[in-house]
Design a protein around this ligand. Structure first.
Ligand code: PEP
Ligand code: MG
Length: 559
């Protein structure tokens, strides 16, 4: 999308910050001439061709694993996942099938990857995001076969804005934020790998920027990760904006917590975690006051059978232990289904899984699954002594919340529910009659309020939590919490947006939970504004007619 100034490209802002630097466009195709030469050589038999595929796939997987060892956090996890995918037996079987049907090895690899990409795309959500990983494996395997160096990001000397159609984990995991100062991708949504890695590196990032790869290499551009713009003709004031951003970055680096506004209104900043390792990292960084979202389903994505209660208790205890005596931990029961299919829980073959039997809805015909998980959480809570809150995902009615709360209370734990469905937001006041807290999942709340798939790149302008309709639902929920005197936090990606944080506080949100890497930027922003300014910002954002108008109005108020 090109805005009114033709020299400005726009996209979805993912990580805020302003930088001025020359563009480096990443092109990662395998040399077609080398590939053709390889094709002409051919193989004596399908077995020989398959052996060549296995050798190439193993080399690629080993490469990922080596890079995973050198990386940390989210980067290490995505690289390990790619190593697993490169070794995948299903992929090998698909290649073999095409070879036996008489296809060449290159054609077989391309067809097998295509087959998997279609499969992942049909699953939607997080699985669809893995198509980028598949394509990366494809080009690396082809490069190995053709005897070419593996393609990748070859960052030039000096600072640059890295621009690509899409970035695979292997492209971004080893990036040095001293040289690559911003990421701009044509594809990918706010939860794509590009976004995850940019958040970890703390560099400005935009996704869904149409036409970005057509920018001539070396063009100096001003990237604004908050406004969502890439200015190709930055003008004389650009350096000054980038300098102002430097002082913002210094404030972020100096922030130590705890979360509060400039005039001392406390806003606990909490961590979103996926397992024991991310919980330990979050606790060790010492900036968060607890865990606002432990996504338990992420521990079991690769499990075919339901883990026993004892096994689950061990997994949950790993997350609770680092926070025992250091604030509460909100454990979310399995949010299986839709973008997170889990073999032992999810219903197969749903027409529209995002609106299907996911999250708490799974308990209707499989109550034992939920009860065993709650037993395991209770055991882990008892064992570790951590202040354990438990919440259910995908709640739509007060009756569901009441039934869930009874099961949680029976185990001596504190019950809450997520507000992800607009119906639940509208009934927040009644929800709070039966539970002790609410946590707004803005990723799904936005998707359902705007009727727009949260991962669809071409709908990123709708799946934006700055949409006034979404802010209205947040306001209704927060007001219900204020009246009931009960906490209402946010644990969706919206909590990680430093410009939105004061708006959310002004709306009455009591805590913000996010990827730990995002905490200092949010903390520094809150520390720079008074509670009164947060109220003003909230009013302005609610009164805006579009996300862009809201961002502009709030920027004017907060400076
Ligand atoms: C959300 O929907 O905002 C949320 C936090 O849950 P998830 O992203 O895991 O669906
Ligand atoms: Mg959700």
């Amino acid at each position: 999308m090109v805005t009114s100034r033709s020299s400005v490209l726009s996209g979805t802002p993912v990580v805020p910050g302003i930088v001025l630097a020359p563009v480096h466009v990443v092109r990662t195709e395998v040399d077609p001439v080398a590939l053709e030469a390889f094709e002409r050589r051919g193989f004596a038999s399908p077995e020989e061709a398959l052996a060549a595929y296995e050798a190439a796939a193993t080399a690629v997987a080993d490469g990922y694993a080596r890079r995973a060892e050198k990386a940390s956090g989210a980067a290490a996890s995505v690289l390990s996942a790619s190593a697993g995918l490169a070794r995948d037996k299903g992929l090998r079987v698909a290649v073999e099938k095409h070879l036996r049907a008489g296809d060449s090895l290159v054609a077989s690899v391309v067809a097998a990857v295509e087959q998997f990409a279609t499969l992942f795309s049909g699953m939607g959500g997080l699985m669809a995001e893995r198509i980028t990983d598949l394509r990366d494996i494809e080009r690396r395997v082809l490069a190995h076969l053709a005897g070419e160096p593996e393609p990748g990001v070859d960052v030039p000397e000096g600072r640059c804005v890295l621009v690509a159609a899409d970035l695979a984990p292997s492209d971004t995991a080893a990036l040095d934020s001293a040289r690559v100062v911003a990421l701009v991708a044509e594809r990918g949504g706010p939860t794509s790998h590009t976004a995850i890695i940019a958040r970890q590196l703390g560099i400005p990032c935009l996704v869904g920027v149409a036409g970005a790869t057509a920018i001539a290499a070396g063009t100096p551009v001003l990237v604004d990760g908050q406004a969502g713009t890439v200015d190709l003709d930055p003008g004389p004031d650009a350096a000054a904006s980038a300098d102002t951003d430097l002082s913002r970055r210094q404030a972020v680096a100096a922030w130590t917590g705890p979360g509060s506004t400039a005039d001392g209104h406390p806003v606990p900043l909490l961590a979103n975690v996926a397992d024991g390792s991310s919980a330990r990292d979050a606790a060790a960084a010492g900036q968060v006051e607890g865990v606002g979202l432990f996504r338990t389903e992420l521990c079991f994505l690769d499990r075919r059978e339901e883990p026993t209660v004892a096994e689950q208790a061990d997994v949950y205890a790993e997350v609770l232990t680092p926070f025992a005596g250091r604030g509460h931990v909100v454990v979310r029961t399995l949010d299986a289904g839709s973008d997170k299919p889990i073999a032992f829980a999810t219903h197969e073959g749903e027409e529209n899984p995002a609106l299907g039997v996911r999250g708490l809805r799974l308990a209707a015909d499989n109550p034992g699954l939920l009860e065993r998980q709650l037993d395991a959480i209770a055991i882990a809570a008892e064992r570790t002594g951590a202040d354990t809150w438990v919440m259910a995902p995908m709640v739509a009615t007060v009756q569901e919340a009441a039934d869930f709360a009874a099961l949680v209370r029976a185990r001596g734990l504190k019950p809450g529910v997520m507000i992800e469905v607009p119906a639940a937001a509208l009934m927040a006041h009644r929800m709070l009659e039966v539970v002790d807290f609410l946590s707004i999942g803005t990723n799904d709340l936005t998707q359902y309020a705007m009727a727009a798939d949260r991962l669809a790149t071409d709908l990123a302008h709708l799946t934006d939590p700055w949409q006034p309709a979404v802010l209205q639902l947040i306001a209704i929920t927060a007001e219900a919490g204020r009246r009931a005197g009960k906490p209402v936090g946010i644990c969706g990606e919206a909590a990680a947006d430093p410009l939105l944080a004061p708006v959310l506080v002004g709306l009455g949100i009591t805590s913000l939970s996010m990827a730990p890497a995002a905490v200092p930027a949010v903390g520094a922003r809150l520390e720079s504004v008074t509670a009164g300014l947060c109220d003003e910002a909230a009013e302005a954002a609610l009164g805006a007619l579009s996300p862009q108008q809201g961002r502009e109005a709030v920027t004017k108020i907060l400076g």
